[in-house]
Design a protein around this ligand. Sequence first.
Ligand code: FDA
Length: 538
Amino acid sequence: MKHLSSYFTFATAIALFFSYEPPSQDTPEKFVQCLNNYPNISNSISDVLYTQSNSAYSSVLNVTIQNLRYLNTIPKPQVIVTPLDVSHIQATIICAQRHGLQIRTRSGGHDYEGLSYVAESPFVIVDLLNLREVTVDAENKTAWVQSGALLGELYYRIYEKSNTLAFPAGVCYSVGTGGHFSGGGYGVLMRKYGLAADNIVDAQLVDVNGNLLDRQAMGEDLFWAIRGGGGASFGVVVAWKIKLVPVPPTVTVFNVGRTLEENATEIFQKWQLVASKLDERIYIRVDINRVNSREDGKKTVQLNFVSLFLGGVEELLPLMQKSLPELGLERKDCTETSWIGSAVFLNAVLIGTSGHEAPEFLLNRTQIYSGFFKAKSDYVRQPIPVDGLRGLWRFLSNDEIEFTQIELAPYGGRMDEISESELPFPYRSGYIFHIHYVTIWQTAGDEAAQRHMNWIRRLYKYMEPYVSNSPRAAYVNYRDLDIGVNNNGYTSYDQASIWGIKYFGNNFKRLATVKTKVDPYNFFRNKQSIPTLSEEEI
Ligand code: FDA
């Protein structure tokens, strides 16, 4: 990577080249011309521009779209830029403003509501798929990760250097580090080491003026905001510097399923009491699915207890016997492996493969939720009473939907030790687990979409008495436009608070203050971007 100072000089030249003027929407040709005429840009930019007439345009656009609900939205981006270096990002940001185009930044393309590739006004996409370098410094236990790198690539590159270093981020190999770290990022190491964002020590970001800023140059407020304030509002993150965490050479994983007929309700009731209080080396997630009963083949609900333990099976079994004997965990249910082996296993649980694949499996780029989907999230502070659970099971038994999964992720451990204002992500001590509801369908068309959307909205309404309130907390990385949207990207702070407080609690105002300082004209905006404050609101 070039030294930062050369980019500062470059940015100063840009400031002289373009002064701010009110945006007017120009043709894509003028935008492309602007890129091509841009000072000090590397010549290769024309190779990474895709206009709508380019034969590769559709495949570049669609390749990382995870949610088919947003595959055919209009308008399509006027141009897609897949930068090869920082100067391409700088030029795109400046030329988009110059020609009245909005910008969408895409890393892994997993945004639940398509915010990285959908807009209502003419726009361009900066897709970071070519910026995916991961440089691991095992000696100093750090790594620089370009935003286009996916979690599977990050985990694999760490494994190439060490089998006792890891990083506490999400499970799914295909998630992009650009969006994921921006919204917090949790996974099976959360109880031991917190979120991905808790372990970021530096970053490089291109701001609205085309300046490349590192932590020192951006200052602590902006550095705070980009670690959990949700992607897209403050600039384009080029790379993250992360702190790697120690893991033992042997860890243990299991995935044990119990149906309602096999005491799942009773086991779950105990899980609710203990999962957030266990030794912080144990993480036991619960995946709830509709399945065919093993006894009579009829539909029933199954709870899968999916776990990573940072240690061997000899130590795990007595711990489980003491804390959750109801599960009846046996040695034969457990697999000892390395940390990278556990990452493979946990992805295999998601996509239904054996779990014995080689680590290269993590370099896979196939989609995990292949289909149309809608998801929502909740946080729980008190165990859900058994009556509430019975109603939840009834929702899951409903035949009107094609597929659903509810995933419950336990908090506690390290999460309890971090203050709610340390980063924009506020849900720390006092939250016992969070809920991720998702429904996925393959049938195209409005009828199927409405049926599934209505089902998940009814479920969300049903859960209201059992989950956090004031605010009813939500996870920004499980983006949900049902909880409120900005009007064409512009909304007052008060209006945006409807959704903002749910994601960020008391941190929302600070995020808006940072936004006002670093992007006062609200160039980086979308349906749920952080709003700027008016003079009265400051
Ligand atoms: P995408 O590229 O769509 O970006 C998401 C948002 O961030 C957009 O608003 C985008 O503009 C912005 N953005 C992206 N790159 C940026 C950059 N470089 N600079 C600035 N803004 C940028 N979450 C979790 O915590 N734990 C988990 O285990 C999982 N697992 C999971 C599995 C699957 C199959 C899906 C679809 C999603 C998850 N997630 C998750 C949620 C995931 O963390 C969330 O969707 C992230 O925002 C995805 O980041 P991407 O870069 O892939 O998305």
